[in-house]
Design a binder for this molecule. Structure first.
Ligand code: ELE
Length: 213
């Protein structure tokens, strides 16, 4: 567990923003990832919300030098195993279940489960997790809520995701219990649809320049 936590910590402290990407056109996977890597965001979360997601993860893992591809929206053990087999280097879920914790134990790939309430966070601590996703961040109380978790639950670090913008990201990143934030704003749908990789690289560069605490 400790090894997996360290591996995850390395990924999440390597950049202030983890782009959360939805791929609906497989031919976009490689140029999208190349643009993000060039812009300074090598760790990329591809969500399993489209039929193309697993192939996209496989392509990025095999073809994009420097990329650290992860899988998002993992809701059950089957998806966890498929995402791991496709080459995911980290696996993200909006929440967690007993079944997901079980499959995560059996795999070497680090797992980033979602938690929101103090009780959920404490349950994850009992399972040995000290890095969690805080989702949906803005809608659950945002920065103020997360800040208030930092005293009683001081050993836990978060990757808040959900509703975060380039404007609100710095406020989260300034908190002592935040490692990075997640967001879909770096790969907006219109730029993806238009194959505007220069724009995605520009947004990545802007996001990679944000300061962490
Ligand atoms: O897919 C998951 O595992 C999720 O938990 C949801 C995503 O992280 C959010 O959809 C990204 O949030 P936005 O930046 O507001 O678009």
């Amino acid at each position: 567990m400790q090894q997996k936590t360290e591996a995850l910590s390395q990924v999440l402290t390597g950049q202030p923003v983890i782009p959360v990407v939805q791929i609906s056109n497989l031919s976009h996977a490689v140029p999208m990832a190349k643009a993000l890597v060039a812009g300074g965001l090598p760790a990329i979360e591809i969500t399993l919300r489209t039929a193309e997601a697993l192939d996209a993860i496989r392509l990025v893992a095999n073809e994009v030098e420097g990329a650290i591809v992860g899988a998002g929206t993992i809701l059950n053990p089957k998806q966890f195993k498929e995402a791991a087999d496709a080459g995911s280097q980290f696996i993200v879920s909006p929440g967690t279940t007993v079944e997901l914790l079980g499959v995560a134990k059996d795999h070497a790939v680090p797992f980033l489960p979602g938690a929101t309430t103090p009780s959920e966070v404490m349950s994850m601590m009992e399972e040995g997790y000290s890095i969690l996703k805080f989702f949906p961040a803005e809608q659950s109380g945002g920065r103020a809520y997360l800040k208030s978790l930092s005293s009683p639950l001081a050993s836990v670090r978060f990757c808040p995701t959900g509703g975060i913008t380039p404007q609100s990201a710095p406020d989260y990143l300034a908190l002592p219990n935040v490692l990075c934030v997640g967001g879909s704003w770096v790969t907006p749908q219109d730029a993806m649809d238009a194959g505007n990789w220069d724009e995605i690289e520009r947004l990545a560069r802007e996001a990679s320049g944000l300061k962490t605490a």
